[in-house]
Every structure is written in C-alpha cells, then in structure tokens.
Design a protein around this ligand. Sequence first.
Ligand code: ARG
Length: 397
Amino acid sequence: MISTNKSKYKKVILAYSGGLDTSVAIHWLLENRAQKVIALAIDLGQGDELGPIQKKALKIGASESLVIDAKKEFVNEYIWPALFANAIYGDYPLATALARPLIAKLLVQTAKTKKADAIAHGCTGKGNDQVRFDVSTMALAPHLKIIAPAREWKMTREKSIEYAKKHNIPISIKKKSPYSVDLNLWGRSVECGILEDAWKEPPEDAYALTKNQKLAPAKPAYITIGFKNGVPITLNGKKLDGLKLIQRLNQIAGNHGIGRIDQIENRVVGIKSREVYESPAAVVLLKAHKDLESLTNTRETIIFKSFLDQKYAQLIYDGRWFNPLRKAIDEFNKYVQKRVTGIIRLKLFKGSVTIVGRKSSFSLYKHKLATYGKGDLFDQSAAEGFIKIFGLDLKSI
Ligand code: ARG
C-alpha cells in the first residue's frame, strides 16, 4: 500500500544500491519517515563491491545493512523463464524490468523477518521502476506500506548532491557520471544526460560492457551454445552453470561489440523516453533460443506462442510479474521447451551476431522435404489442390 500518511514508521527496509539517491534516502527517511532504516543490497551480478556498500549504509545511519546474493535465483527463476518466452520489449531484453519483482520479493521477505512496517525504494515518480516495485509489493504483501522518498522529495540531481554534501553523505566518484545506470547480469540500462537528446548519437562513455565495433576484433568468432529443454547449458562445448555461462558470454559478445541498443521507449506512465542498453549475453541467447525453438516445434506452436511471447514481455515491462497469467504462460512455455534441446552455432563479428548453424535430435527440419536438389520427396503436384481450397474464400470477395 502506497504510504500517504506522512508520519514516521518504526522500521523501514530500503532497497539500497550504494548510489546517490538511495544513500540520500537513508538520511531523508530517518529525518522524515522512519525511526529505523534497514538497508538491503541485492547482488544481481552488477559487479559492485557489496562490502563497502554495506558499510556505507551504516555510516549514513542505517541500523542494519544486509546483502543478499540473489544471482542464482535471478538466473533460474527470472532470466530463464524470460528466455523461454523470447522476452523483448521493442529491442530491449528487459534486464532492469526483470530484476524489479525479485528485489520487491526480497524486500517483502526481509520486512516479514525483521518485522518492519514499511519498505522503501529509490525510484522517482516518472519511471517504470516505481510501478514495478509498488505493484509487486502490492501483490505479495497488500498491507505493507511503501515509501518512495524520491517521489516525495522531488529533488533534482543537483539538489540531491547538495543534500548529500550538507549531511556528509559520501558520493562515490563513479556516481558523478552524467548518466543514470542500472546494471545486472542480463544487461545495462543507461539514461539521462546527453542521451535525453533523441537526435544525438550516444557518446562512447555511455557504454561499459561492449566494445565499439571499430575496435572489435577484425576476425569473426564462431561460438556454439547448447540448450537442454530451453536452458543454455554449454558454451563452445563446455558445460557451464547458468550464471557462469551468462557472465562468460557477456565478455565474449561484449568484446565483439554485440548488444548495443538505442531505442525510443513507451513507458507505462505514458511518456516516451530514449534509452540506451547493452545486453551482450541476452541478445545472443535470445537469438539462439528463438531459432532452436523454431527448429524443433511445429508451425502452429510457433505462431501461437509468438502472441504469448509478446504478452509475456509486456507483463515483465509493466511490472505485473506476479500476475497469475505469467505463471500460466510459464507452464505453456515449459511444455514447449521439452523439445528445445540442441546446439546453435553463431558468428560474432563487429557488433553483429548471426546464426550460422543449428542441429537437434528434435529437429523437424527434413532435408528431403526442403531440398530443391536431388532426392526431393515433396509432392509439388499436391500443392495445386491445396491452394485451390486454401484460397477459395478469397476468390469470392
Ligand atoms: N527503461 C528501462 C526500463 O524501464 C530501464 C529503466 C532504468 N534505467 C536506468 N538507467 N536507471 O526497464
């Protein structure tokens, strides 16, 4: 429940990133809305050193500072189901959007174990993320209060920095970047600064995971990804657990400049924004998965599933992960994935990823039916009768 009551709560669990906004939020909450703040940092593979972040929260005034490593859960319970659904919003593989329901779930869990009466997050009132945190919390713990300090205080970035200086809140140099960045295993989202000019090409410093294609290796790299029931399990023939596979693929594909996305986005709150993303592993895996799914499943399944895929991506984007429809589609997708076992071969070269080969023991590709060469078993004369009936209704329009 979004808190409209401006009194102070006893104990508030704050989703803490160590950045400017959530650091200021600890202080602001203690001044305005909370008697005690527990900071909760969640490791989703953002590569930050969480030890110093933990200490920082205590220094600012948090009464406890917790860290949860949720990388495995993120991979198995969020990223793989999204991969099964080929989930993409525009061209964006939904890295930030996918992480939010998991963070909300951990906030709610912590609120229960610590007997807190509210949770808090650092989102502003203009973005999708506030919707995702709030709606997820409403679904999981309808009576828990939600505070979004940045939505209440309405400070500009400059004002937040001033506030931090005034109250001795350390601002890390990294955070002096002109961009707002969110990072996890599935990708990096970048906005603000010069990127708000939709006509300007993003400067190189907006990117961190991918090489500019000019600097990428002059020779292509060929890689293989092996899938079992829709889950990527090998990279270049080597068995890797999901987390390692994604991390390794982020490096390999990022080195070839793959996964840069620049798009105009339609936010849930009604505005259009310009967003830049880097998702090397996600872009490669989504492409490979979709191809293998198509190789191994029937035409009707693939066409029908594409509508569900689109709905699934929207559920993630809109923060409605805990809608039972998502679970229902998960069950459908799991059934379809039973055939998604095989190997995809890809070429990575100067910012582009191309599928160059695929094989599977579930393959429905029959060379004898597809070939235009010798040994063709397809009865072309049967096509005539089929087309006569298939197009009949259109003849009488
Ligand atoms: N537009 C993306 C989304 O709605 C990313 C939002 C967060 N981006 C950021 N740079 N902090 O999922």
